[in-house]
Every structure is written in structure tokens, then in C-alpha cells.
Design a protein around this ligand. Structure first.
Ligand SMILES: [Zn+2]
Length: 676
């Protein structure tokens, strides 16, 4: 009886989960659903100077930072045993917050590393420095990381990967798209300024502007041989197995054996992956023929650039003026406490995460989430059966893959041990270096060993979720299990529209244009019939075309209009499309079982609440600079397009909102993407 009474009472107490203040009812849902569903939110959350983009995700991330700060503050107020994790958290936070000492120390913490670089004389010295810098997680020229063997995903092997561009992406160096010309000029200014601040011009006897142009020349050369973002999305093209002997033939001036020995991963190594062979051929040539002073300038710059955020304010500000303002359109830097909180989070994420879930994550959320995930997996199974474009053989393989997906919710069962990390009261940057070395050793220690499937790739306090194809797992950290994604006090229709679609999105990644190339064990394998693969590609092209047609900016910074990149964002857009379909079906299943309120709530049907909740996740304001940067670099479409470009392909959306031919949100049924 108690159970009944509580149950009934609870049901009447549930809200719709739709905040009516977030709507803009002056807009038409059939013409601009994004504005209708999120216009109120956007008006009441104007961008502040600190952000170039601010949306539901950022709102939660900001709340999170406050919670993390509360945790750090209470840890700092305790009487901590020297060397305990609490002591490490408190010490790192306090040293980062000590602005007086940071100003006094100036470039001093950087000096030993610059001295070391300035003293290099021979090519042997240069190579030895590459190893040292890599061990400090400063990946000049290239990087080596531990990743799954794509033919045997249970095994972790070494991956050599392109790296070492201060602008991050080759296109900034090589094309005049968008604002790239100004960005290159700004980058040279930044280098010039910081070489002088660090005193490297004095040390090397070369003028700062000259050093900057030497670095720019070398990075441009490297950029020319690097893969594009699109090429790096190709799971086959980026997997190229080599033995050390074979690698020596490809790139003879890289001492592979010496490298792996120094990194302590030679033992047990049979083969490893070179993700971009063409690039490593060029790195080999660079090591042999690039001017030694230029290589030294390049190393010095990367040392300065990676230290700048942890030094005195002149470095921090110069760094922000370029990366924060010019590149992403933010007006002012985040306050110090937020920056330092992020640093502590980056250095000891799982330790903070452990404290975070103890304080902020309710156990009921995990239980309810488990049920939702099960319902979503059932619905994806039904959708696979319903697909008219797939043969039974491929469907069977898809079911097999679906049934073996590993689900992670909230937080890991075991936590990382930070006892080997030394945090001292010397300088902020010295601690960052020790932390980087600690993380590198940890990462390297996994190579040539079985993959640990229990390990998490995100901390619980991260507002995000992921699918990992090589472990065939989905993961939902604690921090995403709160409104507007997941509302324990709301009727399920809204939850299916928000967190349900997030779950469906991650599940669909297992079957998107990349994920479909992996089998249930995470191995790169073709489990498709030729006809099904062709149908998939043709159907996916509908989504590519839809996004390619979207004009993001009238002027992308170079006088030309900027269009969305349908190919770059394809995997994410397939995941959104599939996620909505799957979660909608799961909601209908729940509705049939009486698990949600079939009546109108706040004037909306369950189906309408579903789509309002979906859109609410993407409520955001954004500056043009950020639109440009994200369109060029991000594999996700812009938030507004994840609503207004994605929904016309969803027939259930048209039905729920009575969208008619002629409305802007309308799309003829035969033009809608048919995938999952
Ligand atoms: Zn995704």
C-alpha cells in the first residue's frame, strides 16, 4: 500500500520538465523550432565577456566548477597529512592562486628548460631533446600514445601520431579560408612577444621576430605533410602497422628503437601503428636537414607556449589575447580561480571526481539511468529490425554488436592512484611539468598490455558522454545526469527527449560512418554486405548534403560566405538523427507501458515535450568568431543546426508539431535521411 500511495503521489508531483521561460512563443515552431524552444533561454542568458559560446552544457560546466571549488576549499581547510591527496589538491590550488608569487617568479620557472634547449649543438642533441620534451608531454614534431590495436582491440599498442603545430591544425597554415590570414599574423605576434618575455632572444642572440618567423616556416613545412581533419576520421587510413625495422625504412632519421627504449615500451613490442606515414617521412627529413637553430627556436617556442598559462600575467595575457580573443572571440579571460580549478581538475581529475560523486551524485540517478539505457538499447534493436535498407545478415551482426555494448554510468568502480605524483611548493609550472611526466608514464605503462576495459576516458565531473569503438562501450559521467539532460523530478517524456537522445546518440556512434567499421569486439572489420554498405553510404550522403547547404555566416572573415562542413560533422549528425529516432521509440514503448504521463502537461503532448526537451539541451548563444572556429575544427555541428537542420529529417517531429509542406521545418518524406 505504501508503495502505491507513494507511487501515485510521486506521479502527480512530477513536472513536465519543460521550463516555459525558455520558450519564445512569438516564434513559430514549424518555421524556426530552435528559436521557439530556446529563444527565451537565449534572451535570459546573454553572452558575457568571458565566453564566446554559452549554452546548456556551459551552464552545467560553470555550476560544476563552483562545486569543484567548494570541494577544493573544504579540502584546503582541513589539516592535511603531507603528501596525502588532499594535501596535493590544496597545494596545487594555492600555488596557482598565489598571484604575487607568480608575478615575482616571472619567466624563472621556464628558464632551466630554455637553457637546456639553447645549449643544443648537434643533431644528436636535437633528438635527445625531442625525447625529453615528449616525456614532459610536449609533443614537438610528433607524439606516441597508447591506443587499441585495431585488429586486436583487446591489446594496447603504441600509436605514432602527427603533432607539434602551435595552431593545432594544418589548415590554419595552408589556406586562406575564414580568418586564417589574420590568425597567422596574430600567431607570429604572439611568438615574438613571448620569445622576448621569456628572454630567449637574449639567450639565443637572435631577434624575437626572427625567431618567430623561423618557427612559422618550420611549422608550415610540417603542416604541409600532415593529414587533414577529414583524413584523420578514416579509421583504415590511420591504421598502418609497422615493425621497428619497417619503420626504420619509412623514416630512417627517427631512432625508433631508441625512442621506445627511452619511453620504456620496447619490451614486448612486436608492431606499432604509424597513423600518418607520409607525415613521418617528412619528420625524418626535418630531423636530417632542418637548420639546427630553427629546430631550437621551435622547441623553445613549444616550451614557452605550453608554460604560458602557468606563468606571470604578462604571459597569461599574451596567450589569452591570441588563443582566447583572436582565435575564439572571447573578450576577457576566465577569473583565476576558474583557471586554477581546471588545472587541478586536469592534474588530479579522478581524485576530485571521487570527492565530487560522494558529495553531489545521488545513487537513485544511477539506478534510473540504468533502466533508461536498457530501454534505449531495446529500442535500437527494434529500429534495426525495422530498417528496410538492411539485409538480415547485416541486421544480425548489428544486433550482436548492440548486445555486447558495455555501459558505464556515473563513476568508475576503481579510482586512479595519485600517490606517485609529487606536488611541491616550488612553482606552479614545475608542478605542471611533474604532473605531465606522471601522466605520460601512466599512459606509456599501458602499452603492449591488454586494454583495461574498466578504465574511464572521462572523469565523473565532465558534462559529456562518449562511445568508444574499440572497447564498444558507452559512458555517461555523473555530471551529465542532471537537468536539463536528466531531471529526476520530471515526467519521462522530457527525459527521453534530453538524456534519452544523448544515450541514443552514443549508441548510434557504434553504427555511424566510423563506428560501423568496428565489430562487437572493437576490431576494425567489415561485417556488412556490399549492398548494405552502399545503402548506408547513400543514406548518409543525404545528411552530408543537408549540412553542406547550411550557410553559417554571410562573411566568414575573408569576404566569402561560410558553409557548414557536412563531411566533417557526419558521424555526429548521424548520431543525432539516430539518437532521436531511438529515444522517440523508447518513449513510445514507455508510454504503452504507462510509464509516462499521456496527458498534456503545460499545454504540450508527450511528443511535443520530447522535442522541446531535445532542443533545450542545445540552447546557446555564440559569437561569430566561435562559429567560424568551430565550423572549421569541430566534428559537431553548431547547436542551432543540431536542432533546425536535424529535425526536418525526423517524421515524428513533423507529426508532433503538425509541420506542413511550405513550413520551413518541413522536408518531403522521400528527402529525409533513413539510417538508424
Ligand atoms: Zn557524439
Amino acid at each position: 500500500m505504501a508503495l502505491m500511495a507513494t507511487g501515485c503521489q510521486k506521479k502527480t508531483e512530477l513536472t513536465s520538465g519543460i521550463d516555459l521561460n525558455n520558450l519564445d512563443t512569438t516564434a513559430s515552431p514549424v518555421d524556426d523550432f530552435y528559436q521557439y524552444a530556446c529563444g527565451g533561454w537565449m534572451a535570459s542568458h546573454p553572452l558575457d565577456a568571458e565566453h564566446s559560446r554559452y549554452g546548456s552544457f556551459d551552464f552545467l560546466a560553470e555550476e560544476n566548477q563552483k562545486q569543484l571549488r567548494t570541494i577544493i576549499d573544504s579540502v584546503s581547510a582541513q589539516n592535511n597529512k603531507k603528501g596525502s591527496i588532499a594535501d596535493k589538491i590544496a597545494t596545487l590550488y594555492n600555488i596557482g592562486m598565489d598571484s604575487v608569487r607568480l608575478q615575482e617568479q616571472g619567466a624563472e620557472p621556464l628558464k632551466p628548460y630554455l637553457d637546456e634547449i639553447n645549449a643544443l649543438k648537434t643533431r644528436e642533441d636535437i633528438w635527445a631533446e625531442v625525447l625529453k620534451m615528449h616525456h614532459r608531454a610536449n609533443h614537438v614534431l610528433f607524439g606516441v600514445f597508447g591506443e587499441a590495436d585495431k585488429d586486436d582491440a583487446k591489446q594496447c599498442i603504441a600509436w605514432a601520431y602527427q603533432s607539434g603545430l602551435g595552431l593545432g591544425d594544418r589548415d590554419y597554415y595552408l589556406t586562406d579560408e575564414g580568418n586564417n590570414k589574420n590568425i597567422r599574423a596574430g600567431y607570429i605576434d604572439l611568438m615574438t612577444k613571448e620569445f622576448a618575455l621569456a628572454g630567449y632572444d637574449q639567450m639565443s642572440g637572435i631577434r624575437a621576430d626572427k625567431l618567430a618567423s623561423m618557427v612559422m616556416g618550420l611549422e608550415t613545412r610540417l603542416a604541409k605533410s600532415q593529414n587533414t581533419r577529414l583524413e584523420n576520421r578514416d579509421p583504415f587510413g590511420t591504421f598502418n602497422r609497422y615493425t621497428v625495422e619497417e619503420a626504420n625504412k619509412l623514416a630512417a632519421n627517427i631512432d625508433w628503437k631508441g625512442y621506445f627504449t627511452e619511453m620504456n615500451i620496447m619490451e614486448g613490442m612486436k608492431t606499432f601503428n604509424i597513423a600518418q606515414p607520409k607525415y613521418f617521412e617528412e619528420v625524418s627529413r626535418v630531423l636530417a636537414d632542418a637548420d639546427i637553430e630553427t629546430l631550437k627556436a621551435y622547441f623553445a617556442w613549444h616550451e614557452i607556449n605550453s608554460a604560458a598559462s602557468y606563468l606571470s600575467d604578462d604571459f597569461v595575457n599574451a596567450n589569452f589575447d591570441f588563443y582566447g580573443k583572436l582565435l575564439s572571440g572571447r573578450e576577457v579571460n576566465r577569473p583565476r580561480w576558474k583557471r586554477v580549478t581546471s588545472t587541478v581538475d586536469g592534474a588530479m581529475g579522478e581524485a576530485l571526481g571521487h570527492l565530487y560523486v560522494e558529495k553531489y551524485f545521488p545513487a537513485e540517478a544511477k539506478e534510473r539511468m540504468k533502466v533508461l539505457v536498457e530501454n534505449l538499447m531495446t529500442a535500437l534493436g527494434q529500429r534495426i529490425d525495422m530498417a528496410t535498407w538492411m539485409t538480415d545478415v547485416t541486421k544480425k551482426n548489428a544486433h550482436e554488436k548492440l548486445s555486447t555494448i558495455l555501459v558505464k554510468i556515473g563513476y568508475p568502480d576503481k579510482w586512479r592512484d595519485y600517490s606517485g605524483l609529487e606536488i611541491k611548493d616550488d612553482s606552479y609550472y614545475a608542478n605542471i611539468v611533474r604532473s605531465n611526466i606522471f601522466d605520460m608514464d601512466y599512459m606509456l605503462s599501458k602499452i603492449n598490455k591488454p586494454v583495461d576495459r574498466d578504465e574511464w576516458q572521462m572523469t565523473p565531473q565532465t558534462v559529456n558522454a562518449y562511445y568508444n569503438p574499440t572497447t564498444n562501450e558507452i559512458c555517461f559521467p555523473a555530471a551529465i545526469l542532471q537537468p536539463p539532460f536528466f531531471n529526476m523530478k520530471a515526467d519521462e517524456a522530457a527525459n527521453y527527449g534530453a538524456i534519452g537522445v544523448v544515450i541514443g546518440h552514443e549508441l548510434t556512434h557504434g553504427f555511424d560512418d566510423q563506428g560501423r567499421n568496428y565489430d562487437k569486439d572493437g576490431n576494425l572489420a567489415d561485417w556488412w554486405t556490399a549492398q548494405d554498405a552502399e545503402n548506408f553510404t547513400n543514406n548518409a550522403q543525404v545528411i552530408v548534403d543537408a549540412f553542406n547547404a547550411v550557410k553559417v555566416l554571410e562573411d566568414g572573415g575573408n569576404g566569402q560566405p561560410l558553409y557548414a562542413n557536412g563531411q566533417l560533422t557526419l558521424g555526429e549528425n548521424i548520431a543525432d538523427n539516430g539518437g532521436i529516432h531511438i529515444s522517440y521509440l523508447a518513449m513510445q514503448n514507455a508510454k504503452a507501458k504507462g510509464q509516462l504521463n499521456k496527458d498534456n502537461m503545460d499545454g504540450f503532448t508527450p511528443e511535443q515535450r520530447f522535442f522541446l526537451a531535445y532542443a533545450a539541451v542545445w540552447a546557446s548563444n555564440i559569437r561569430d568568431e566561435a562559429k567560424l572556429q568551430l565550423t572549421q575544427m569541430d566534428v559537431h555541428a553548431l547547436a542551432c543546426n543540431r536542432v533546425n537542420v536535424t529535425l526536418p529529417h525526423i517524421g515524428e517531429f513533423q507529426e508532433a508539431w503538425s509541420v506542413k509542406q511550405g513550413d520551413k521545418m518541413w522536408l518531403d518524406p522521400d528527402k529525409r535521411a533513413q539510417l538508424w
